[in-house]
Design a protein around this ligand. Structure first.
Ligand SMILES: [Zn+2]
Length: 301
């Protein structure tokens, strides 16, 4: 779902050509949600505005070299998050879900290897974990595998599996706490976790180029990949339908889970922005200031 779509690509190309209107449209579209996100990390409005302005500056300065592997929104959120971590060093800046603050489940060194554990309990499947120099390739394989896993859960309405996977892999909540949060039996959570990991691993194996056959995976890498591509984050249009309460009940329940139980900060920022948009917010001044400070970086050709 975070695939850079045609619209993003067109917008990027227009900005590369120095199209000021396209750049103004991009600022207008994303400033609100980025500011909402910044305000969850930085208490002062002026600091939040500064860091959002810097995010747009970094984006436009890098635009010629930029290869869009994720959506513009995901890319901008990524820059913003780094800017906040680098500038403010806030303790919670690294966590992306509210629930991670409760469970203190940030990436830790020496994390266990969930896929290896599956392999150990399932000798029938050949799963090579040898180290490879092709780290980038492995990350891409894992990303594609997770993308397929999420798409499969959605298409087959396995939303309970997706919720469990989100808590385990996106938020790193321990098994027992996942069971408590979802009012499920602890053993059932373990079974579903095993099943999800097996599917992810099987997708990895299918995606591996012939002759390679190895994807090393740690819990940290799973979480990092899930988070950096926002693999299970609902689209903005879905958040809009949630706001208008036009989603089917099971999808309404899932989006509510993502926003309130997981507490995904990216989506909460987008949601707050949508809500303000609906309430007729005025943010023209801030947008104009960003435009004035960044337009000089656009190509003059
Ligand atoms: Zn999200």
């Amino acid at each position: 779902m975070s695939d850079p779509n045609q619209t993003d690509q067109c917008m990027l190309e227009a900005i590369r050509r120095g199209d000021g209107q396209a750049w103004a449209r991009l600022i207008d579209e994303y400033q609100g949600r980025l500011l909402r996100f910044a305000l969850t990390r930085v208490s002062q409005q002026a600091d939040a505005e500064d860091v959002v302005q810097d995010t747009f500056t970094s984006f436009v300065r890098a635009i010629d070299k930029l290869q869009l592997k994720v959506s513009i929104e995901t890319y901008l959120f990524g820059i913003l998050r780094n800017e906040i971590v680098n500038r403010f060093r806030t303790q919670a800046a690294g966590t992306i879900c509210l629930i991670q603050d409760i469970y203190h489940t940030r990436a830790e060194p020496n994390a266990d290897n969930p896929l290896e554990q599956v392999a150990a309990g399932d000798p029938g499947v050949s799963w090579c974990l040898r180290h490879s120099e092709q780290e980038q390739l492995q990350r891409e394989v894992l990303e594609q595998a997770l993308r397929q896993f999420v798409a499969d859960c959605r298409e087959t309405s396995k939303l309970r599996d997706l919720k469990i996977a989100e808590l385990l892999f996106y938020c790193k909540v321990p098994n027992q706490d996942v069971a408590n949060l979802l009012a499920l039996d602890d053993g059932l959570v373990r079974v579903i976790k095993h099943r999800c990991l097996k599917r992810i691993r099987d997708y990895c194996l299918k995606l591996c180029p012939p002759g390679d056959g190895s994807v090393c995976c740690s819990q940290d890498l799973l979480t990092e990949t899930w988070e950096s591509h926002r693999l299970s984050c609902p689209k903005r249009s879905t958040l809009g339908a949630f706001l208008l309460e036009t989603l089917a009940p099971e999808w309404f329940d899932y989006v509510d889970f993502h926003l309130t139980t997981v507490g995904c900060r990216f989506c909460r920022a987008s949601f707050r922005d949508l809500k303000e948009e609906q309430d007729g917010r005025q943010q023209d001044d801030f947008g104009r200031r960003i435009m004035a400070s960044t337009v000089g970086f656009l190509s003059q050709t």
